[in-house]
Design a protein around this ligand. Sequence first.
Ligand code: PMP
Length: 392
Amino acid sequence: MHDRIYMDNHASTPTDPRVVEAMLPYFTERFGNAASQHLYGWEAQEAVERAAHEVAALLGVDAKEIVFTSGATESNNLAVWGAMEAARARGRHFVTTAIEHPSVLEVAAQLQEQGCEVTYVPADRSGVVDSAAVTAALRADTVLCSVMWANNEIGTLQPVEAIAAACRERGVLFHTDAVQAAGKVPIAAAARELDLISISGHKMCGPKGIGALSVRRRRPKVHLAPRTFGGGQQRGLRAGTLPVPLIVGLGEACTLCARELDAEAARVGGLRDRLWSQLSVSLDGVRLNGDLKRRLPGNLNVSFAGVEAEALLLELKWIALSSGSACASAEHKPSHVLLAIGLSAEEAHSSMRFGLGRFTTAQEVERVADAVVQTVTRMRETSPLAGRVVRS
Ligand code: PMP
């Protein structure tokens, strides 16, 4: 048997032990409700404020703009639905892209059912959305535009700065799902242009069950219709008792990401390049999905011609990899992202996502590369589809 290897860091990441350490006192001795007006409450509230500053520093926004949520699904829902609902009287048009996460696309579908119009801007073959195409889609009645910073399947980085600037010029609010980008590529400098930013703890070596939405307070002040109602916490935008330990964990995760970003991007990017060169030199019929340069350092998405990704995953059970995103994998549908960038259903079904992260080692990369090369070669030799391998 092999020792298992985790290479699915876009689906989730291990919580960094330093983050766990920072959280622990807030489960036991510092357990107060942050809204309570006594020593225990004040202590909790102070920790929440500290964490808001840490999150804000990574994003380049003001701590008062941070709203804590249960994760990015909730952040994206609140941003998109909340902004559209609050501006109902002004306009009902929403612009987004074909390669967004379901937590944006499913809200878009709901909005359409409620009478809104949605424009889905395509991505090109390299997995990048053209900022001019997004700009061209903006109309007088467009309320909001949402474009993800980095794609969770193919890792491509989108020109969010240019798109945000175009939106601002036309008085359209701009939201970005920065879940995969935050802590992996620098975003603080551009974040000044953004109105709404979503992040998630468990994608950045923080805990699960916590995320944040940054909501611009000035020029313009963004109005959101809340989706949860209760005790008026977080300025009424997201009622509910604050999960202080998780919030402390998210803050610490952001601080570690900010401190280690440059070094980690170089290290992880180097390992990813090594993996790609091993696969592409040793195997025929492999194709990289998405641009290599405009890409998250830890992402590789590769099609292996003539090989079913699901079958490859079964052969390599000791390696945690994914065919498409975790959400799409459960449904066994071809990835909407790979189809959107022009792959056929068959090509999409032969694609694997490699997600390298903070705890990925050079030795693991070597073992994964060897195992994938050997297994793909063997499967092609024994597969009835073997003859169909396209030599490239
Ligand atoms: N957006 C993107 C780009 C993601 O990758 C994910 C997680 N797969 C989400 C949103 C949802 O995040 P969460 O798991 O925190 O709800």
